[in-house]
Design a protein around this ligand. Sequence first.
Ligand code: NIG
Ligand code: FE
Length: 391
Amino acid sequence: MCAVVTATVVTGISELVTNDRAHGDGSPLGVLADAALVVDGGRVAWVGSAGQAPPADARVDLGGRAVVPGFVDGHSHLVFAGDRAAEFAARMAGERYDGGGIGTTVAATRAARDDDLRALLARRVAEMRAQGTTTVEIKSGYGLTVADEERALRLAAEVTPETTFLGAHVVPSGAERDEYVRLVCGEMLTACAPHARWVDVFCEPASPHAFDGDEARAVLEAGRAAGLGLRVHGNQLAAGPGVRLAVELGAASVDHCTHLSDADVEALAGSDTVATLLPGVEFCTRSPYPDARRLLDAGVTVALATDCNPGTCYSSSVPLAVALAVREMGMTPAEALWAVTAGGARSLRRDDVGVLAAGARADLTVLDAPTYLHLAYRPGVPIARALELAP
Ligand code: NIG
Ligand code: FE
């Protein structure tokens, strides 16, 4: 018989980032030096100075490492088969990204068996966890038939509650545009909604494959009527209606935000819609980065996520997103860490993750480093991992 551990005290924490302003100097990260934390029943039960830690049934000593809230990756496309390395190589040789390669992944994904897709998905989620991600949003969008979209969401729901119906990723080859939008808003949505928390649309009039403002509005309104929360892929390739539509309809998040007008920034600043920036995409498509500084200075809530997908960014690394945001997008290391934890949580409208305070989920990410600054300071070095505690 094995003993049941009730409370565990985690000690040896050189620096604890709580995202709770009650700690530290009142700044958003709520940083405590030389800290301890008690976990009970999968939840945080206590946070404070090492010297004041209450007794517990078990103890884990981290030997002087930093601990941050588990990363919340609010944008990924992990349910897919196939490989587009050749498309990446062509892009590095000068070709532009326009979403046309999505069809390659759709064909490979449709051809895959359930168990093969399930295994690919499990491997990608494990890869994320090994790099510090403890909450992940996963989109469909590589099926584009009623049965294939429903299957993608069913598989995604096996690994996360944050599932997103993205039937409106592109118009599949051979389909007629208006008819396909009607299918997405009708039969496909009905089949997918029971497995999804969110609906998303690739609103990008600049791409011949994606959807314009009117089509995106139809998809989002149908999703909302089916009880789903709203997310938008907007303003990735060029200026367009995505951001303003997201704000008008009260979307939780509009993602990419690479090409923004002053009116877009103003609309975001006066809203509850989070701007989720995806710097791995600009890195892997050799494109200009979004201007995070402009958004932050305007008062917009900014999250950072990976967008892990086989086309524009086949990286599951949140630390890479942090390093790029700091080096290329004008974010401070503190802003970038907040954006991959509390910001990601806001983008998913969650208050139980992205924070280490009593009652929150005990999702702890340990850094093989004395301070969170190393996330940006040591690019490419695998210092972050999710802490596995005994159940
Ligand atoms: O977020 N922009 C649309 N969708 C993905 C890319 C999908 C793909 O190319 O396979 C993105 O960048
Ligand atoms: Fe995406």
